[in-house]
Design a protein around this ligand. Sequence first.
Ligand code: FMN
Length: 408
Amino acid sequence: MPKVWIEKLLDEPELYLLRIDDDQVKYFEATWDIPEGITYNAYLMKSDNVVVLFDAWKKDYADKFLEALSSIVDPKDITHIIVHHTEPDHSGALPKVLEANGYKAKIIGTAFAKRLLESLHGIKENVRAVKDGEELKIGNRTLKFIALPWLHWPDTMITYLVEDKIIFSCDAWGGYSIPERVDDSDEGVVERYLPHVTKYIVTVIGHYRKYLLENAEKIKNLGIVDDVKMILPGHGLIWHKNPQKILQHYANVGLGASKKGKILVIYDSMYGFVERSVEIAVDELKKLGFEPVVYRFTDKEALAVSDILGDVPDSEALIIGASTYEANVHPRIRHTLYELLDKANYEKPVLVLGTFGWAGVAGREIEALLKKSKFDHVGTIEVKGRTTDEDEAKIREEVRELAKRLGR
Ligand SMILES: Cc1cc2nc3c(=O)[nH]c(=O)nc-3n(C[C@H](O)[C@H](O)[C@H](O)COP(=O)(O)O)c2cc1C
């Protein structure tokens, strides 16, 4: 049952978090496995005769959202609604809010958001498009709107509350899962949360990694992050104690900063042939002092691609094992590779281990795909049927070559 949190964050301006823990969603955007769930965070600010709502929840929870809002304010009194991003997990409840509001509130978003509000929800009255960097005095506060295009839609912006040094960031600096706290005050909660942030960044924003890096630079140059007091995202934890931590984490994931020794190993094996090659590679990795993290697709196990993607950014290198299946790469690895190259395309070394029965395709095909990507293809070893002593020697040699690329 989704839990609702209504938390007062500040007295002046009077600022509230409205969070719902979506433990019903299983596949975010109908594709990413998130058994850990997700939260939708909206914020409400009351100050000097204005009531400003920042984003909302998804449509499924529109009634609950109105109920939560109404416990703080009469929806008719909302004077402004800031729409940072129109993806329906944040905007789905807006039509009901507007109905309860009597359509009085001024709606503020980018020009792109204005177009999307109309096409997605039929909202077209009272919508004001703001320009990148524009400042608006609302009550006794200055709201500065900063466009962050393609992070991860073209409509995206954040709001900087100038006097209070607070950033309302919607998807930026958010993450999956349902943290047991609302903010970053507990180190243990933060440490458990951060891997879900990595998975969120890669699956949701990874395709636009270039813009993630560009926008991080843009925000830095605006000088608003050095002394930011609070970051209030649309998903996950609020950053109050240490906002720099989430900024740094996003930067690390954007750059693919790796954890020394971590090698990601992904493979399929229908009857254990690829598995034998992978076991040899893993053994050699361990001898060299590496810590392999292994994901396998077998007749007993199929792990989520979204989890695999979340393990790419901080890996030093990858090993991909695949069997040939109907003159192609095994379907599970084919799908994983498609997402990997699209969402987690990093400049990291990759070793390929293929096996086949009569005419090998998997290794060759993966190699060709890697050569078109940012990954650094180290080598391919194709094994026909069972792995011979000669194959084993080659695999060990290529793993040592991979280690050399990593400076070991
Ligand atoms: C359904 C199926 C389709 C296959 N298609 C091919 C193929 O097109 N070309 C080939 O050389 N081997 C093919 N093979 C053989 C496997 O690639 C080979 O036995 C491989 O070593 C299997 O490794 P694994 O048991 O680790 O998955 C196929 C095997 C199966 C079960």
